[in-house]
Design a protein around this ligand. Structure first.
Ligand code: PLP
Length: 369
């Protein structure tokens, strides 16, 4: 059994992938070729935003968002302490201070009350992260940012395709970002990412910054970076979009099946299953439970042939990289507990019921000893 089976998807869409890649080899426009623009148009349509800008990866997408907003030295950016490293990393890299706040213990997403308590006159942005495929509480974050010159950035690396109160992931902030890392719900065959915005000026800035701060070829009006999305990766993503909606539906079925199997096995006391907020849908980038004595559970499941992953074993303030560079304004007990207890089970659109039964049986045996 694999944790994520990318081969099953490839077998289904191989002909489209081959045709799309052959198209790129035939026209030879490897950098910002026509597939990049075609993908940007299609992703903006799906997200419901005016603009989508393809970039080199999801981490660069976050960096470009901060650069376009003019965030750097002397500024503070609030972001969750329990998360993937990318947001805190790019905030620190640009000379700003990551202010790490606690998460909600049920959704694992940033706690708006903790965000509100962390705002100072140096706060320029909030980077909320849609962890495990579910959107953060953007209405509450918009209330906090309103009238304060604070931008809300949506890190939708794990949530492309999810919905929040009738709105779509990647449309919920001043700028949203996503990643096409192969294991994400919408993944390519290498590195890729995108920024989304409704703001025409920010879109123009993002396009300039991703290509060395150019206004036109060899005319550099600002300091930028090289962070373009490859044409070949755009071509692969266009093929993958043909089955994306169906894959999201299959992930939902797999998640509901895990909920039911775990409940039916009588594990409700020993295993906390993931929760989706009312009026929201998740794309289940991960199916992440909580258990006690996790190291033992992981070892026993491994012996039973069931792969698991820990997203993420340390909160960000527990990482050496952020001891000097980030700031905590209060304790973050929910983040520390999450880092100690979370356990992600195999999840992908082609996961069979038989495999899920095996996963839950192994989980039951592991927690019961
Ligand atoms: C994967 C991920 C990123 C970074 O994306 P890359 O394409 O790997 O740079 C950023 N934020 C979150 C929440 C992620 O899961």
């Amino acid at each position: 059994m694999q944790f994520i089976d990318l081969g099953a998807q490839q077998a289904r869409i191989r002909a489209s992938i081959d045709a799309r890649m052959a198209g790129v080899l035939a026209h030879g426009q490897y950098i910002l070729g026509p597939e990049v623009a075609e993908l940007e148009t299609e992703l903006a349509r799906r997200a419901g935003t005016r603009h989508c800008i393809g970039v080199a990866n999801g981490t660069d997408a976050l960096q470009l968002a901060l650069m376009a907003l003019g965030i750097g030295r002397g500024h503070e950016v609030i972001t969750p302490a329990f998360s993937y490293v990318a947001a805190a990393e790019v905030i620190a890299l640009l000379g700003a201070t990551p202010v790490l706040v606690d998460v909600d213990p049920k959704s694992f997403n940033v706690d708006p009350a903790a965000v509100r308590a962390a705002v100072t006159d140096r706060t320029r942005a909030i980077i909320a992260v849609d962890l495990f495929g579910q959107c953060a509480d953007y209405d509450a974050l918009a209330d906090i940012a309103a009238g304060q010159n604070i931008a809300v950035i949506e890190d939708a690396a794990q949530s492309f395709g999810a919905t929040y109160r009738g709105r779509r992931a990647c449309s919920l902030g001043t700028i949203a970002t996503t990643s096409f890392f192969p294991s994400k719900p919408l993944g390519c065959y290498g590195d890729g990412g995108a920024c989304f915005t409704d703001d025409d000026d920010l879109a123009a800035l993002l396009m300039s910054i991703r290509a060395h701060g150019q206004a036109e070829r060899y005319h550099h009006v600002r300091v930028g970076v090289n962070a373009r999305l490859d044409t070949l990766q755009a071509a692969i993503l266009l093929a993958k979009l043909e089955v994306f909606d169906e894959e999201v539906a299959r992930r939902e079925i797999a998640a509901q099946r895990y909920h039911r199997l775990i409940a039916d096995t009588g594990l409700a006391n020993a295993v906390v299953t993931p929760d989706v907020e009312p009026d929201c849908t998740s794309v289940w980038a991960q199916y992440t439970v909580r258990v006690q004595d996790r190291a033992t559970v992981v070892a026993r499941m491994k012996d039973a042939g069931v792969p698991t992953t820990i997203h993420y074993p340390r909160a960000l303030h527990q990482q050496e990289a952020f001891i000097e560079t980030a700031r905590l304004v209060t304790a973050v007990p929910n983040s520390e507990t999450a880092a100690a207890e979370v356990l992600s089970l195999p999840m992908h659109p082609y996961l069979s019921e038989a495999d899920q039964v095996k996963v839950v049986a192994a989980l039951a045996a592991a927690v019961r000893g």
